[in-house]
Design a protein around this ligand. Structure first.
Ligand SMILES: NC(=O)c1ccc[n+]([C@@H]2O[C@H](COP(=O)([O-])OP(=O)(O)OC[C@H]3O[C@@H](n4cnc5c(N)ncnc54)[C@H](O)[C@@H]3O)[C@@H](O)[C@H]2O)c1
Length: 461
């Protein structure tokens, strides 16, 4: 279904789609309203979205969509068994465009939990149909899409949220308060580590027979699953879940985890718009441009701002350890292979793989003293520390704009995706944020804004 047909089916004149009065379809809500939520992508992490909306306690689940109807049915069966009340009236679809077309009038908000490459168009189609959206991390598959979704947020004035759950916690606010207090001193180095990819787990699988992959009979939903991506031969290694290892659809370990592990330093220190991003080294089993590395080290260089000195940030995957040992790090303690270090001139701030996992000062003696008198709370907290509650409260008009709204999360995702570009294409990539281009690597333009398959094109407005 092309965009014109889609808009027409939504009951809007095709031409009017481009001159719609701003936000005309979004409903005005008040604090007592229940929000009618639909779900696109229901298996695996989609289950977390259903549980999240259920836990809010003030929303209705009105529609579900998954390209794999059997996966949708088994998720709902599992949910009911776990005591989640799924109304019998909730409708079920395998094509989200038909869902918006047929029951869109009953939907206020949509949770998008599909693979990385289809976040952008699905989210944008929902926004253009006037729906508030919450999208899994990383927000998009390329940098242009990040900026486009933020333009859509501003234009349609809808409530948006990226579902990096650590961002709604007290812990990330506390970490930012520590940073703002200046206790660490100027921070010039940040290290973000992730021990995966764990080959052979459900998320990451290496093609046993190598490349090219054997062509298998495609399921009926392959076209829908591919979304904007170019038509490609099917192989069952791609989906569900293990698309993550293929750059065409996923974003590897960095795309999977940076929006959790790197969230606190990026948000606290405004680590956006690097002047360069560089692959220091990588260990690859296959063509690096097609399949993610077994392990890598990536470096971003951020120029000084009026709030902080110049700073470098490193990413490590494949069980690597930071190349710097902070001078205040406990003697004899192993440097972490998973987590985050913000190394200040005076002290180092540390967390596990999410901001809310073991936040601390690295030096144990200082930590004992520091935790007795923490910096003052200055940043408002979120109901239940919960990313879904925050978004749904914002929709009801019962809270501020959600904290991982697309204005914030598109910036975090952009930093992550620049790291992915370095992992995939190697070398040093100079970055000009204003023109969204690389002055020394112009050939990367096709990956900064990827081509969209004919009939699946999309832009904010
Ligand atoms: N927040 C977190 O901690 C967290 C954890 C895991 C995954 N994720 C993110 O969630 C997203 C989904 O990951 P997953 O592991 O559940 O992947 P998955 O391959 O299991 O996909 C989820 C579901 O989406 C369905 N789907 C795929 N394309 C669709 C489409 N066009 N329309 C409707 N349904 C479609 C699939 O059939 C599947 O049931 C990814 O972006 C991933 O990065 C977030």
């Amino acid at each position: 279904m092309d965009r014109r047909h889609f808009i027409k089916n939504l009951g809007l004149a095709a031409g009017a789609a481009f001159t719609l009065p701003r936000f005309s379809i979004a409903k005005t809500r008040n604090a007592n309203s229940r929000v009618n939520v639909a779900f696109i992508g229901t298996a695996n992490i989609g289950e977390m979205s259903i549980n999240g909306v259920n836990a809010d306690g003030k929303s209705n689940m009105v529609a579900f969509c998954d390209v794999r109807r059997n996966a949708l049915d088994s998720t709902l069966k599992k949910m009911k068994k776990n005591g989640v009340k799924i109304p019998g009236s909730a409708s079920k679809f395998t094509d989200y465009r038909k869902m918006l077309d047929r029951v869109g009038k009953d939907i206020d908000a949509v949770c998008v939990s599909t693979p990385d490459h289809s976040h952008f168009k699905i989210a944008l189609d929902c926004m253009q149909a006037g729906k508030h959206v919450a999208v899994q991390k990383p927000l998009t598959h390329n940098v242009w899409q990040c900026r486009e979704l933020d333009r859509a947020r501003k234009y349609y004035k809808l409530q948006t949220q990226m579902l990096n759950q650590g961002h709604a916690t007290d812990a990330i606010r506390m970490l930012r308060e520590w940073y703002d207090s200046g206790v660490a001193g100027p921070i010039r180095e940040v290290h973000v580590m992730c021990s995966g990819p764990g080959w052979g787990n459900i998320y990451f699988k290496k093609p046993k027979e190598g490349f090219p992959l054997k062509k298998e009979k495609a399921p009926s939903y392959w076209d829908m699953w591919l979304n904007q991506s170019p038509m490609a031969d099917y192989n069952s290694i791609y989906e569900p879940l293990s698309w993550r290892g293929f750059w065409a659809y996923g974003t590897g370990m960095l795309g999977d985890w940076f929006c959790h592990t790197g969230d606190a330093p990026v948000w606290s220190m405004d680590l956006y718009d690097p002047e360069s991003v560089e692959l220091i080294d990588a260990d690859c089993s296959f063509d690096q441009k097609v399949f993610i590395p077994n392990g890598s080290t990536v470096k971003w260089t951020f120029p000084a701002t009026d709030k902080r000195p110049a700073c470098v940030m490193y990413w490590y995957d494949g069980n690597r350890q930071p190349i710097t040992r902070p001078k205040d790090f406990d003697e004899g303690r192993d440097l972490p292979r998973s987590g985050m270090l913000m190394i200040g001139d005076n002290h180092t701030i540390e967390t596990g793989p999410r901001p809310n996992i073991s936040p601390r000062m690295s030096n144990s003696d200082f930590w004992k003293q520091f935790r007795r008198q923490m910096p003052e709370k200055t940043i408002p907290r979120v109901r239940n520390n919960d990313i879904y509650c925050e978004w749904l409260d914002a929709i009801r008009g019962d809270g501020p704009e959600a904290s991982s709204n697309f204005g914030v999360s598109s910036r975090l995702t952009e930093t992550a995706l620049l790291g992915c570009l370095a992992q995939r294409f190697g070398g040093k990539i100079m970055w000009d944020s204003k023109t969204m281009s690389s002055p020394n690597r112009p050939e990367l333009a096709a990956y900064i804004k990827e081509p969209e398959r004919a009939g699946w094109e999309s832009k904010a407005f």
